[in-house]
Design a protein around this ligand. Sequence first.
Ligand code: COA
Ligand code: AMP
Length: 634
Amino acid sequence: MDKPTIPAHRHLMADYRQTYQRSITDPETFWREAAAGVDWHVPPTRILDDSEAPIFRWFPGAELNTCHNAVDRHVAAGRGDQPALIHDSPVTGVIRSYTYRDLRDEVALFAGALRGLGVARGDRVVIYMAMVPETVIAMLACARLGAVHSVVFGGFGARELAARIDDAQPKVIVATSCGIEGRRVVAYQPMLDAALAAAAHVPDRRVILQRPELPAEPLGERDLTWAEAVAGAEPAECVPVLATDPLYILHTSGTTGRPKGVVRDNGGHAVALRWSMENIFDVRPGEVFWAASDVGWVVGHSYIVYAPLLAGATTVLYEGKPVGTPDAAAFWRVAARHRVVSLFTAPTAVRAIRKEDPEGKHLPGYDLSALRLLFLAGERLDPQTYRWAGELLGVPVIDNWWQTETGWPIAASPRGLQELPTRPGSPSVPMPGYRVRVVDESGNDLPPGEEGAIVIGLPLPPGCLPTLWQDDERYVRSYLSAYQGNYLTGDGGRFDEDGYLYVLGRTDDVINVAGHRLSTGAMEEVLAAHPAVAECAVIGVHDAVKGQAPRAFVVLTAGADGAGLEAELIARVREQIGPVAALRRVDVVAALPKTRSGKILRGRMRGMADGAETPVPSTIEDPAVLEALRPLLG
Ligand code: COA
Ligand code: AMP
């Protein structure tokens, strides 16, 4: 049941304010107390190590095991019979529940199988799998051994997968034989083969989970099936690791084609996620939480897998779409059937449902009386979607803003702490530990109402990336060098008079398509490699459902023939980056607008397409080139 709504009045923010202030003025005490929510093998004595600043480490010297905290701990505490994981898969017609005891046994067995393949503490395992329970089991099995997982989203193609394999250098790759996209069965093995052919690194073994919808055949010499891997395996116990040891690597798109390997540690991650589950998401042990995302993204890592399990809740793993599997009632059916108390998804998913069922005619058939809150993140939440969802469901809609890098919300309305009133267009207020600032180009704080770059004062709180995988230098260069002493989020925005943050979009060339973070630079690299392309630019333009959609503009090499080129380039991007890139349109143009120093004016092109035109810069080389694009962009 929803709790009574507190009217919008500032003094009611006291609980949040006090908590936030304490986290900023005395972070060590704040996080020491939060650390009590986690089982430690060696409890933390020191809280923050700042000896290598600007690289900070939380809970140095302490030891724990994340899998123990997410699984075994609850069995030991008497929750063994409680459902831990519910797989609801409309695309295969399967609904299956695992208790905490089941999950512990399956994870221990697969951990034993991995150990049998030579995987030990610190080794990497790449996981390229669909939304099946074995994916969660494989992740937790790595955590159990102190191995480091690197999950690659199934919608990525060979080039992206190869880049991640070469960066993570896995001992073993675990894959599903196929994924199921609506009615389309996607074979994973050809993608994996192509990625391994392109990658320099050669993993020792591949474990393939054969799905009946499309088994992988024939298997290669280095391959064994999941069933073969676990046959005869001995269950493995949890291996204690340092709080500062890596739990996983999750690659994310940057401005260049080379993805960034965001590192998550064990200790800070467990402490922060546990804290967030109760204080932000307001979920208690035994309650059902559903993040309708994909385990390949950070939302999936944090809020399908780790946070609900760390908190002793039940998590739903949904293999389907908001629409089309089979219809726009899918979310309501799942939420009703499993008595979901909090649903977390991306605004895009809500827009997709609204497009098919604008009046919410599907809803009355379902009992959503357990549902208390709807959380939305992954892209900007437009006020129209915020209002539509809130009115339809009759529960508060909580916009929350964060990134792969931070692993948990930077800004939100912390529902477990206090029922702060929300405001359309704003993900509310900074969460504990995040010193959020809006600054001008010189790094000076801007007054409320003025837009600037959003940065976060160091140190970032526990759970955020300590560095990039084996690349401290790139971490410092990419995030910490633009504004000394601050982390650059890459987003722009402003505060209002009451301290509510408004996040207005990326200030770099990262785009967000259907809640998926993509690099225009990576797409440009694929296009530029085509012999007929002399120059190109990819920009993200407004899309009513997906938020943004990529559009490409190419200039031909002298004498090249543009016939059939659009289809060819779209196919190349789909094959190499993956279907998720969703590039649907490529225009051949005579020239690209540039500054006199040769920089392509992508921001200006985007503004023209979205009807938010900014003044033409005085440094433009030839204004006529920009104007020539107007009919294509307008
Ligand atoms: N494996 C293989 N292919 C995948 C994939 C996966 N895991 N995920 C997406 N794709 C494919 C899709 O099938 C689609 O292929 P198509 O071009 O043949 O149609 C393509 O990638 C683009 O996918 P998407 O942009 O997701 O579009 P869509 O039309 O399939 O679905 C939505 C649109 C809005 C329903 C869907 O994007 C959605 O549910 N979004 C929510 C996003 C989300 O959960 N984000 C995580 C952050 S919270
Ligand atoms: P990802 O790393 O894939 O989670 O993408 C992070 C990016 O998504 C952020 O840098 C923002 O640009 C965008 N984003 C995520 N959540 C929000 C939100 N609630 N409001 C606005 N933008 C968001």
